[in-house]
Write a protein that binds this ligand. Structure first.
Ligand code: GDP
Length: 444
């Protein structure tokens, strides 16, 4: 089972919440410790673990429980969302050149699976209907050229070779010319790795990159090396500039550290993953599926989603009834404003709700601040006042008391009351119910 140890480490976190009614600062301490330990044991880099644990804790105690969802299930959902985010959120697609051949330059240390990936990638793209050509640029490991030729035959993709005596940048130049002549869609250039990073390799890669002007520069890294893989991606990106990474050997007993650290540490996405030695074992890196596999809790996640939908549906229906009967009060006001504020922080976190892209962090902060002020005032109201805002519209004394109790000005309270009635009208209009929508003037 991929990342099995990580999965069971996280399981102990959920288990600690069994029987709890809510998520609190206190009862998430132990589960968060488990999550932290599980990630460190999976070889996720420490700063990443710290940020991750902080983000999960903040959300766990900041978010109201969904009706019918237990605290442990809620935590699974939050961890899932944060894992997806950690791995880059969306799948990061390969980019293709608008005109002329797309050039993909592959780099990586020796033994990571670079030559294998070259052929796998050609096979993968061929299945998508693209014609490919491989260029054997690994002059450092003599067997690499023969290996690529054999793999090329296996996937029926031509391989350009020029032996080991020609400079890699020259091989690249010749290979690219050949590809242009043949009008292939994609040229994949294998390069020479080393046992470890050295100046010679970096300079060579820079030369090759200059000659090719590649569409993609992908660093092949071995998942077994954990957070070291993330460090490599960072170094190669600084040295030669890359567009992403390919993570190999995910089928082995790698612990997950590489998959979870690469994006966060280097800022570069994992674009593809290798999950075996066969030519068909290469696939796009899907952060959501990866998170799902790590958690092994698909049923819980879809249950929480359903519960959330149902709750939103019920709330919306209830709200609609209230508005229709002009009973929209301060309790509803609070509920609705909170829902909007939650959406705001979600947008900030995910940045992927369509149509909400224009909400800036400053606006969200502003909304959260004014929600706090409103909450203070509404909390200072009596239950009766909350349900009958008219009482406040009619009585300056009541408004004065609320202002004093909440530490706000009378003007702020009046504004809030006016806002509620404006909201009633606006909602009524929105629903096409035009009668009875006047805003009462506040009496002094
Ligand atoms: P290079 O030195 O980077 O070109 O590495 P190779 O392509 O020669 O691969 C090194 C070894 O790793 C070979 O035995 C490959 O079969 C193996 N390998 C490559 N990718 C994968 C993978 O995704 N999973 C597994 N299990 N083995 C792989």
């Amino acid at each position: 089972e991929m990342f099995g140890q990580l999965t069971s480490g996280l399981e102990s976190a959920w288990n600690k919440l069994k029987g709890e009614e809510v998520l609190t600062k206190e009862n998430i301490v132990e589960p968060m410790r488990d999550i932290r330990r599980a990630l460190l044991e999976a070889d996720v880099s420490l700063p990443v673990v710290r940020r991750f644990v902080q983000a999960v804790s903040d959300q766990a105690v900041g978010v109201g429980l969904i009706r019918g969802v237990k605290p442990d299930q809620q935590l699974v959902k939050i961890v899932n969302e944060e894992l997806v985010k950690l791995m880059g959120g969306e799948v990061s697609e390969l980019v293709f050149a608008k005109s002329g051949p797309t050039v993909i330059l592959l780099a990586g240390l020796q033994g990571v699976g670079k030559t294998t990936v070259s052929a796998k990638l050609a096979y993968y793209l061929k299945k998508q209907g693209k014609s490919c050509m491989l260029v054997a640029g690994d002059v450092y490991r003599p067997a690499a050229i023969d290996q690529l030729v054999i793999l090329g035959e296996q996937v029926a993709v031509p391989v350009y070779t020029a032996g080991t005596e020609v400079k890699p940048s020259e091989i690249a130049r010749q290979g690219l010319n050949e590809a242009k002549k043949k009008k292939v869609d994609v040229v994949i250039v294998d390069t020479a790795g080393r046992l470890q990073i050295d100046r010679g390799m970096m300079d060579e890669l820079k030369d090759v990159k200059r000659v090719l002007n590649p569409t993609e520069v992908l660093l092949v890294v071995d998942a077994m090396t954990g957070q070291e893989a993330a460090a490599l991606v960072t170094t190669f990106n600084i040295e030669i500039g890359i567009t992403g990474a390919i993570l190999t050997k995910l089928d082995g007993d790698s612990r997950g550290g590489a998959a979870l650290s690469v994006k966060e540490v280097s800022g570069k996405p994992i674009k593809l993953v290798g999950r075996g030695e066969r030519m068909e074992d290469l696939e796009p890196f899907y952060p959501d599926r990866m998170a799902g596999r790590i958690l092994g809790m698909g049923d819980v996640l879809s249950f929480v989603e359903k519960a959330q939908e149902v709750m939103q549906q019920e709330d919306a229906e209830e709200l609609q009834k209230k508005i229709m009967s002009a009973k929209f009060d301060f309790n509803d006001f609070l509920k609705q404003t909170r829902a909007v504020a939650r959406m705001g922080s979600m947008t900030r976190v995910l940045g992927m709700i369509p149509g909400m892209g224009k909400v800036t962090p400053a606006q969200v902060r502003e909304a959260e601040k004014s929600l706090k002020i409103m909450e203070g005032m509404i909390e200072a109201m009596t239950p009766e006042e909350r349900e009958k805002p008219e009482l406040l519209a009619e009585s300056p004394t009541r408004r004065k008391r609320i202002a004093q109790d909440s530490g706000k000005t009378e003007q702020q309270v009046s504004q809030l009351v006016a806002q509620l009635f404006q909201m009633r009208v606006r909602m009524k209009n929105l629903m096409g119910v035009m009668e009875g929508g006047s805003i009462p003037a506040l009496s002094n």
